[in-house]
Design a protein around this ligand. Sequence first.
Ligand code: ADP
Length: 555
Amino acid sequence: MTRKIFRSILAVVIPVLLISFLVITCWMYNYFGTIQEEQLRDELNLAAAAVNNIGEDYLQAVSEKSDGDHYRLTWIGADGTVLLDTEADAGEMENHSNREEIQEALIYGTGSSSRHSSTLMEKTLYEAKKLDDGTVLRISVSHAAIAGLVLGLVAPILVIAVLAAVLAAFLAKRMAKRVVEPLNELNLEQPLENDTYEELSPLLHRIHAQHQQISEQLHVLRQKTDEFDQITGSMKEGLVLLDRKGMVLTMNPAAKELFAVGAVSSGMDFMTIDRRHDMNAAIEKAMRTGHSEIRAVRNGREYQFDISRIESDGAAAGAVLLAFDVTEQANAEKNRREFSANVSHELKTPLQSIIGSAELLGSGLVKKEDVPRFIGHIRTEASRLVTLVDDIIRLSQLDEGGEMKKEECSLHSVAAEVISALEPMASEKHVTVSLEGDQGRIHGVSRLFHEILINLCENAIKYNVDGGTVKVTIADREKETVLTVADSGIGIAPEHHSRVFERFYRVDKSHSRQSGGTGLGLSIVKHAVLYHQGKISLQSKEGKGTVVEVVLPRQ
Ligand code: ADP
């Protein structure tokens, strides 16, 4: 700014200075020129009068006295020959008849002219007058020409110009400081509160309007960001936004947890967060083709990653990555596949046995006395099939999770019914079954409570020892009812504890088969308990017995 002001001052001062000098010089030159011409004319008249009166002697006297720094007088004959000159030898001077002032004087009586020297630095003024005898007297004087004058003024002008530049620099600095100081102190946060130059008012009003616009836009932007954060923050799915270079723009809490990233994730290269090749290849594919999907395991859980390209102005601007936890879905798919395979296998075994026995009977190779044994075998296998199909149907119903009719039930009454139904089985094994505790009043599906009790009690009798005991206890607590079925049977080794609830899992396959087990009983129990938002746990020691505890919320 200082430089600009400095240049502006100089741009004004220097031309003004030069023009002033030129104008004044020209004016003064003309002014003094006119005065000098008049003086010259007066001198000529005096000299002419003297020559008319005294004659050549006057000129001789002037010539002798002349010191060369005053007027010069030249006497010229009517034919132009120089008769006498106060400064030079007349004989050596050329004919003057062609000189302008001489010609004028010869014609009009007086004449004048001026001539510049060859360098234009000097100017000579001539005045001529025709004398009485027809000769012409000429007076001349030389002085510096205007060019010489101007040239002579160059040095002072330069000095003044330098002084002007110094002064301009000083003034520019001061002016810039004075102009800029209030500008630097402007409070742009509150533009209208500033009391500076009036000329700044439109600018300050514009800044104020822009402030308002920006703060409104910021408010909207903040609102949108909050909405986005709230939506993505409450999402179960992981969400990651990447820019074109694969740098993280944003990551929701679910994604941070999934990729085990700390609080700050923005600006990080996603390749440093998830280094797996399949993920990078999927992101690259999405950037290229628009979309890609992969399934991958992270932190022991299975995820479906959907990656889509984000476009802006027809070019890839980044990508959005959505991570869905599909562990349950994958497990369910796996279970379904295993279940189908198991069901086929479980159905095939008794069917093959039935077909084998039937074929033998049909071939007539079976002895008459063995026929009842074969028929009994077919009946046993057939009823095993019925039990199996019944269990599969029950499980399928529970899997479907449809609404079932709920009512007020008494676990005690259901248990009493079950125990009485299992009485023949218990007495066959000499197992004593007892029931004690509270009423176990609970709101739920009576049929499922029946399933729970019959399967648990059946197992407790089935896997018991001869003369063993089964204790069914029901305890009503404030918010839940606890059902315990404890037996003194063969028990379960620790490694099987968690697996006995799996479908078709049996600790001892032959024992289970012998006693008509399908391997589905505890799965049905578990599902029925979960249907009521309850919990089931098992404690067992080999050779000591098993305690199964079911906790059911009363509502
Ligand atoms: P199953 O129809 O074979 O009895 P379950 O699902 O009811 O099938 O039980 C799974 C397995 O758990 C059984 O095969 C058995 O080995 C074991 N089991 C269940 N209950 C008991 C128990 N009270 N005592 C010992 N083992 C048991």
